[in-house]
Ligand binder design. Structure first.
Ligand code: SAM
Length: 300
């Protein structure tokens, strides 16, 4: 295993996926991924954005499973951030894996949606765009500075009607009820390790994982309380550890929720890892994708 991979993580990945797959996962951590982004259809059409990119000399390629997503192989983030398209909120830089959870949300029919851990707003703004601005969106964020960033991004992306609550989602008023909830939980980020030398090594110890899992389980419990019966909850993390993923989902199943299997078509679109709960989706870190997990649940 590469020496920069934290020993706890390399042991956990080897125990979970076997030595060969653990090596492949680590190879994914070592590659520098291209810049990817989403066209914000609340503010620009794909044609308009593609034309502006071509004029600016930024070569992009499409993403087969998402018409609004683009890959800019030769560009740096700062190249895109300098474009009017970016400063005017017509595109949003986002990893491809991070675009998946919002695509699993039921957004038809103007539902009331809670984005429970929302900053900086990548998935909130994506859900607003996917629904053409028709959902009634509440965004919760515990951290005050990050909540400010969230408000800024929602306004810039044309989703300014969303309500932002700067609060700990575990303490949401018990009277709230939503048709659909996205719980993009705080996690260890074990799927998004960058070991190309551009970032300092990340802390990764068992005690931290346990603390994170306790928060995730508390957020899951609160999410199920805030969901109306029959409503859908999408649980997502950028971790590839079972403790943070299937084991948290299992607590929801134990509490009576039903797993709504993710469309098997996703398995053929994305590089995946085996899951211990069939119907969940775990994306394998590669040169294009970050590691990510998503599951859909329905409250009975
Ligand atoms: N969904 C966001 C996006 O797509 O841009 C990313 C969310 S990030 C994975 C998790 C966020 O949850 C962080 O901004 C963190 O500050 C926030 N958070 C952590 N614990 C929280 C809690 N108990 N209640 C609300 N927000 C929380």
């Amino acid at each position: 295993m590469h020496p920069l991979v934290p020993p706890f993580l390399s042991q956990a990945l080897t125990a979970r996926y076997g030595a060969e797959m653990a090596e492949e996962i680590c190879a994914g951590f070592l590659t520098r991924r291209p810049v990817t982004f989403r066209i914000n259809t609340l503010k620009a059409t794909a044609e308009e954005a593609d034309a502006a990119l071509a004029e600016a000399g930024v070569a992009v390629r499409p993403v087969p499973w998402y018409g609004d997503a683009r890959i800019a192989d030769g560009a740096l983030e700062r190249d895109l951030q300098a474009l009017p398209l970016y400063t005017e909120g017509k595109i949003y830089l986002q990893s491809l894996s991070a675009m998946v959870p919002a695509l699993l949300m039921p957004l038809e029919g103007s539902p009331s949606v809670l984005d429970m851990c929302a900053a900086p707003g990548g998935k909130s703004t994506q859900m607003a765009a996917l629904s053409g601005g028709s959902i009634s969106l509440t965004c919760c964020e515990r951290d005050a500075l990050r909540a400010q960033r969230l408000r800024h991004n929602l306004a810039l992306q044309g989703a300014g009607r969303a309500v932002v609550m700067n609060t700990d989602a575990r303490r949401l008023d018990p009277l709230f009820r939503f048709d659909a909830i996205l719980l993009d939980a705080p996690c260890t980020g074990s799927g998004t390790l960058v070991l190309d030398g551009s970032q300092p090594p990340r802390r990764m110890e068992p005690a931290w994982v346990s603390k994170t899992v306790a928060t995730q389980k508390a957020l899951m419990k609160r999410a199920l309380q805030a969901l109306r019966p029959g409503g859908t909850l999408v649980y997502a993390t950028c971790s590839i550890l079972r403790e943070e993923n299937e084991e948290v989902v299992q607590t929801a199943l134990d509490a009576g929720a039903r797993l709504l299997p993710v469309d098997p078509a996703w398995e053929s679109r994305l590089p995946t890892l085996p899951v211990s709960l069939p119907g969940c989706l775990c994306i394998r870190p590669t040169g294009l994708y970050e590691g990510f997990f998503a599951a859909r649940l329905q409250k009975q």
